[in-house]
Write a protein that binds this ligand. Structure first.
Ligand SMILES: [Zn+2]
Length: 308
């Protein structure tokens, strides 16, 4: 499941290639033929990521909403190069999106002289101009919406620090966190409270704040909630810039370069169960929370303030 930074990176790349262009849309696989026909040939006026969802605004008040889910991925190509951006594997990309040939991995470079390349596999949606194309495979959601329908989807989404700039996002986040007695570890992954946080960022954010994931959300005070929001904003911005969920803040410059390449060095707690905490040496623990694996240091994240 891609976390928020990958969807923002996809949005940035799609914006670069398709914004203000007349774009043809088709469904080589056939499952989205009618939806594609509704927007095909009109101009794209806006492309936004909010959390894990992508919204593409077309002329004639039509919007396309895409949620990649677990298996969804975009392959994006231009006449000059073919660039792949997969939500699932984008954690391996560094800086610029990783270069990937369409189709077979050993396809000769010369194959790119044919543009556009033939669709490979189950392409739900193909967006295309004279110079660029984007193929979408395996999304959980790919649908055309009216402006009212977009508004109602957005109203259900928690704030995203990139989209909800200024204090508005922080205020909405604080208000929704303060209203629930559920554990903060669950609340951070609830996309109606805050957008874009998945399992990696959840575990790492809580460690960075030495916070017990089982602490009830309503017991957090405003300064603690604001600190989480600010930190999420900073981590997300960094993830968008690098393409990597880099959450350690205890590294020298050269250590950070190593960690950007190596997932073993990148996190405080995520998937480090049994290994010593980088701060106190206590073995990191794995627990279950709402059917998702949760990682924490039982010493650094001792339960405090959990009694209301
Ligand atoms: Zn520790």
């Amino acid at each position: 499941m891609p976390e928020g930074h990958s969807v923002h990176r996809i949005a940035n790349l799609l914006r670069e290639l398709f914004l203000d262009h007349e774009v043809s849309a088709s469904s080589p696989q056939g499952r989205f033929r009618e939806g594609a026909a509704l927007v095909s040939g009109s101009t794209i006026l806006g492309i936004e990521a909010i959390g894990k969802q992508l919204f593409i605004q077309w002329e004639k008040e039509r919007w396309l909403r895409v949620h990649l889910g677990i298996y969804g991925a975009w392959d994006i190509a231009t006449r000059d190069s073919l660039r792949g951006l997969s939500g699932v594997s984008s954690r391996r990309s560094l800086g610029a999106p990783r270069v990937r040939k369409m189709g077979k991995h050993d396809a000769p470079r010369e194959a790119l002289e044919v543009f556009p390349p033939e669709p490979v596999g189950q392409v739900r949606l193909r967006l295309q101009t004279d110079d660029a194309l984007a193929d979408l495979r395996g999304p959980t959601v790919c649908e055309v919406l009216s402006p009212d329908e977009v508004d109602s989807v957005r109203a259900r989404l928690g704030p995203d620090p990139v989209y909800d700039k200024g204090t508005k996002g922080a205020d909405v986040f604080a208000s929704r966190v303060g209203k629930t007695t559920r554990p903060i570890g669950i609340v951070l992954m609830d996309q109606s409270v805050v957008s874009g946080i998945g399992n990696v960022y959840r575990a790492e954010l809580l460690f960075r704040h030495r916070m017990d994931p089982f602490r009830r959300a309503h017991t957090l005070d405003r300064s603690e909630i604001d600190a989480l929001w600010r930190d999420w904003s900073a981590l997300l911005a960094d993830g968008i810039a690098t393409g990597v969920m880099m959450t350690r803040n205890d590294l020298t410059k050269s250590q950070r370069v190593v960690a950007l390449e190596n997932t073993q060095e990148r996190y405080f707690v995520y998937r480090r169960h049994g290994q010593p905490c980088r701060v106190c040496g206590t073995p990191i623990v794995m627990a279950e929370m709402a059917a998702r694996k949760l990682y924490l240091c039982p010493n650094c994240q001792k339960s405090t303030g959990s009694v209301s």
